[in-house]
Write a protein that binds this ligand. Structure first.
Ligand code: FEO
Length: 395
């Protein structure tokens, strides 16, 4: 069952090929995921993290094939959201006295979830756990992405167990990041960063500086989701450093919804204007009703500016745009510019409302809104092109 990573470390997690949605429906996971748990066998034995609740009995049964559970001396819980702590109750039924090493907030979360009085050992940054030839060092990483999060570093084999940090929702039997198409992998890593870690970017930058400042030699980064970074593991750290710093590419996202095609025609006309003003810029046209919301958010993350379009319906914007605006606000994008547009038949409030929402979400609003009454005619199309051209020039 287990997969050997090094002489001392074995992967004992669960690959979830079926996972399509995570956090309810907050995050799409088209390529599945994994819940990575690691068994370290030195003079003492430690288990790092468990797996998601639906796989608890399977996890424990397979762990028994790997090791006599009674020989596990320590359990380390880097983070206690249910996808990592879900199998703890099933495991602790077998070994109820085994100490659980976690942060103080980790203990509170485990107690809050499972209501058990297990043998908790609270740790903080710099605390160590001697295993024999190797020592684990704990590094608190609060709000990356929960208050309880910590990383665990294993010396000698130089492995950073980073839990959600540096993870991706990507199922693969091969386990290693260098075994899969790199464009897919880094897309999933970026989608994961955008949708889970972006709100905490300031803390990401600080934590990376702190870890690099500790002078730890890192040969492997072993996250709790997806693939393990063993070739050039610092590549993903550098990506995170860039993503955490108001990341943007030379791209403009035009995200729109449309009822009878008028706002789509506006979006496409605006794109023509942008490309006239700046042929080098990448323009992405994204229909909010048809495309995956988390993929759209990832494209917004990559963009220097967002143009948001919606027809006016019932004195507001559409359902798809409303959902996206809520998510955009929560993800706290930094350093991006925006404007809004849309077609209307009589009242036409949507563009103004969207611009206000985007301003509230931290976008710098550039210029005025663009509206078209009924179906765009030649003049309206020309106006949309001019709007796009002016927007691109103003960036
Ligand atoms: Fe993968 Fe925050 O749990």
């Amino acid at each position: 069952m287990g997969k050997k990573i090094t002489d001392k470390v074995t992967w004992v997690g669960k690959i979830d090929w079926e996972l399509q949605h995570f956090h309810g429906d907050e995050l799409s996971t088209d390529r599945g995921s994994s819940y990575n748990s690691y068994l370290i066998r030195d003079e003492k034995t430690a288990l790092i993290d468990t797996v998601w609740l639906p796989y608890d009995t399977e996890f424990v049964a397979r762990l028994k094939e790997e090791i006599d559970l009674k020989s596990i001396d320590y359990i380390v819980m880097n983070h206690n959201e249910v996808d990592h702590s879900g199998a703890l109750p099933e495991l602790m039924r077998e070994i109820p006295d085994t100490p659980i090493y976690c942060t103080k907030k980790g203990e509170a979360i485990i107690r809050g979830h499972y209501h058990k009085d297990w043998n908790f050992v609270n740790v903080k940054t710099g605390d160590k756990l001697e295993l024999g030839k190797h020592t684990l060092t704990f590094i608190e990483a609060s709000m990356l992405h929960w208050p309880d999060t910590m990383f665990t570093y294993m010396d000698g084999e130089n492995i950073l167990f980073s839990n959600d940090g540096f993870g991706q929702h990507y199922a693969s039997e091969a386990l290693y990041s260098d075994t899969v198409p790199q464009d897919e992998l880094f897309y999933e890593a970026q989608k994961y960063y955008t949708n889970i870690l972006n709100p905490f970017s300031a803390m990401v930058s600080k934590k990376i500086a702190e870890i690099l400042g500790m002078g730890l030699k890192i040969d492997i980064i072993a996250p709790s989701h997806g693939l393990i970074w063993r070739k050039n593991p610092l590549e993903i750290v550098e990506k995170y450093r860039a993503w955490a710093d108001s990341y943007q590419e030379n791209q403009i996202a035009i995200v729109y919804d449309t009822m009878w095609e008028s706002t789509r025609i506006m979006a496409e006309s605006i794109a023509v204007g942008i490309q006239k003003a700046d042929p080098a810029v990448t323009v992405k046209l994204l229909n909010a009703s048809k495309l995956d919301k988390n993929d759209i958010l990832t494209e917004i993350f990559k963009s220097k500016a967002l143009l948001l379009g919606s027809p006016t319906v019932n004195n507001g914007y559409t359902y798809a745009i409303g959902g996206l605006l809520e998510m955009i606000k929560g993800l706290k994008f930094k350093g991006k510019k925006a404007a809004a547009f849309g077609s209307y038949g009589w009242s036409g409030e949507a563009p103004k409302q969207m611009a206000e929402k985007l301003g509230d979400a931290g976008f710098e609003i550039v210029g005025d809104i663009c509206r078209t009454l009924w179906v765009p005619d030649e003049d309206a199309i020309a106006a949309c092109r001019a709007f796009g051209e002016a927007f691109a020039k103003a960036l």
